[in-house]
Design a protein around this ligand. Structure first.
Ligand SMILES: Nc1ncnc2c1ncn2[C@@H]1O[C@H](COP(=O)(O)OP(=O)(O)OP(=O)(O)O)[C@@H](O)[C@H]1O
Ligand SMILES: [Mg+2]
Length: 257
């Protein structure tokens, strides 16, 4: 059985950073194969992982939808949409040693995408069972999961900054997850970019008031800025540095992982 994990949280809190380093940790702990999915319209998980961006599922969806409108669409004569989707899906996977990366891409256009979405849904369903873990970097709305394009998630890790408003936003997302009836087994909070890795009393009070389960605190790490400025992927951060150390502790607490 594939264990599915989704990262969510308001903009700019560090979802992609934490998600990418989480994937890296699972790979290094020998827990692969992993399917990493970038489900954010502004996809950049590949940068944290240090791999090229493959063609996105959104691009493939456009190709297929376009073939209805343009006479010379991309689908070769005699090939069905289903066959074309199968064939193109392979090129949407960046295959690394112990993980593959899939990018959902944008939902563009005004046409009806139901048919293509159904194709993609079926395809993902077929593929993801080949992996030990499915790890998804989401935007706050968890759109691909709530619409059933991505499979149901076992665990949601909410990422917040260490501000009161950040924690309140995480509380609202947790509430929305409850209302969406997504059959999630566990929801936990990771507070990121905490100075010195410590939380003030007032923030801990807010976490309690929002009824969130705090699973870990990731410190503000100055190396991140240096790596970012130098264009170095964050997976190359030192193993004993503050972020990776904090993440290891978080994974240890997650009994199901
Ligand atoms: N622990 C940390 N220490 C220092 N900088 C960090 C840390 N975590 C993330 N950052 C930086 O914060 C910025 C936002 O991080 P990231 O892109 O991961 O957030 P996000 O939640 O995925 O954003 P978006 O909502 O735009 O997708 C980046 O510049 C990243 O390098
Ligand atoms: Mg992001």
């Amino acid at each position: 059985m594939t264990y599915t994990i989704a990262f969510a949280g308001k903009g700019g809190t560090g979802k992609t950073t934490v998600c990418g380093l989480f994937v890296d940790h699972l790979v290094k702990a020998g827990k692969g194969p992993i399917l990493a999915v970038d489900a954010d319209a502004n996809s950049n998980l590949n940068e944290v992982l240090g791999v090229e961006k493959p063609i996105t599922l959104g691009d493939i969806r456009e190709e297929i939808a376009k073939s209805d409108l343009v006479e010379k669409g991309p689908i070769p004569p005699g090939m069905s949409k289903q066959e074309y989707a199968d064939f193109r899906f392979g090129s949407a996977l960046t295959e690394e040693k112990d993980y593959d990366l899939l990018i959902m891409g944008r939902t563009q256009g005004k046409g009806c995408y139901c048919f293509v979405n159904d194709l993609l849904r079926a395809q993902i369903k077929r593929y993801y069972q080949n992996y030990q873990y499915l790890v998804v970097d989401n935007e706050a709305g968890l759109e691909h999961i709530s619409r059933g394009i991505l499979p149901p998630v076992d665990l949601i890790l909410l990422v917040s900054d260490c501000s009161r408003r950040g924690i309140q936003a995480a509380g609202r997302i947790a509430e929305m997850i409850g209302q969406l009836d997504m059959a999630v087994k566990e929801v936990h909070l990771i507070v990121n970019r905490a100075p010195g890795g410590k939380l003030e009393e007032g923030i801990l009070d807010e976490i309690n008031a929002q009824k969130l389960s705090l699973i870990g605190v990731v410190p503000q790490d100055e190396d991140v800025y240096q790596y970012d400025a130098a264009g170095k992927p964050l997976v190359e951060l030192p193993e004993d540095g503050p972020i990776k150390t904090a993440l290891r502790e978080i994974v240890q607490k997650l009994k199901a992982v």
